[in-house]
Design a protein around this ligand. Sequence first.
Ligand SMILES: [Zn+2]
Length: 343
Amino acid sequence: MNTGASELRGGKRGRETMMAMTTLALLGALMMGGCKQEPSAAAGVEQKPTVPAAQIAAEYDPPAGTPPALKVDGKRAFELTGQFVAIGKRPLGSEGHKKAEEFIESHLKAAGAQIEEDSFTAQTPVGAFPVTNIIGKYPGKKDGIIVLAGHYDTNYPLRNVDYVGANDGGSTTGLLLEMAEEFKKNPPQGYSIWIVFTDAEEAMVHWSDSDSVYGSKHLAEKWKQDGTAKKVKAFLLLDMIGDKDLDVQRDDNSTQWLEDVVGRAAGRLYHSSHFFQTETAVEDDHLPFKKAGIPVADIIDIDYGYNDVYHHTVQDTMDKLSPNSLQIVGDVVMETIRALNTK
Ligand SMILES: [Zn+2]
């Protein structure tokens, strides 16, 4: 993702303006009459198909009596983030990158996941690099998969400064590994859970469609080819969710009914003050999977520090993060999984 300011530093791209949800709600109300009108057949406009019932977010609200969702351990997620970030920078082709892979795989193994690697060579504007997406699988009892994902690499252009990406790549790695530990203790009773650590999310020179999300593009294409894409019920991407001042934006580029399911999950946990109070459009690891026909939601706080000042700078360090933010996001993701499993 990325704001205008971070784009200058070679970051993910997001729309600069954010509108308060109140404004959006008002706009929505004003526009509703026009948008909801059915085009008349006489006008020769093709009628759009109605939204299938399965995609109405409220229908995913868990009925009374449904067992509660798992809770994450925010302190443990923070601790894992700290250990991972202590490896240091982890750009493609570096020693730190290798150590990052080993860290993730050893923790996934300890957490009882079935581990799979998706390795390939990425052609980038600055040469060819080995790229490895790491997948930890927890088989469920229902036919279908819920994917949780986050990237673990740090920016190649920042390889010569002390940039560790504590929030950007670190926070999600720590939280996803802690969630893996929860799935070891409580194996999925619904859909299978696949935890994907994407690689080469960051741009090698400057963010563009061709210079970004190398790992995700490869994995999404693979899943499209081998039929996995059709089995994925939801792809929940986490990015930069450790910020002490947690404000997860609503993402216009995500699948909107799935965003609604996430928003309703946040509401049920009384965390709405941290979710979707503002809105933007984010370019991130979720887009290749959306292109492959998978419902996607990017859970991202792209406003990191005042006016995104820490993003892609050496200021992205552990002291800017909080266990509480990891707890909130982790719990909302668990509640979202509970909701998705009602269908
Ligand atoms: Zn980044």
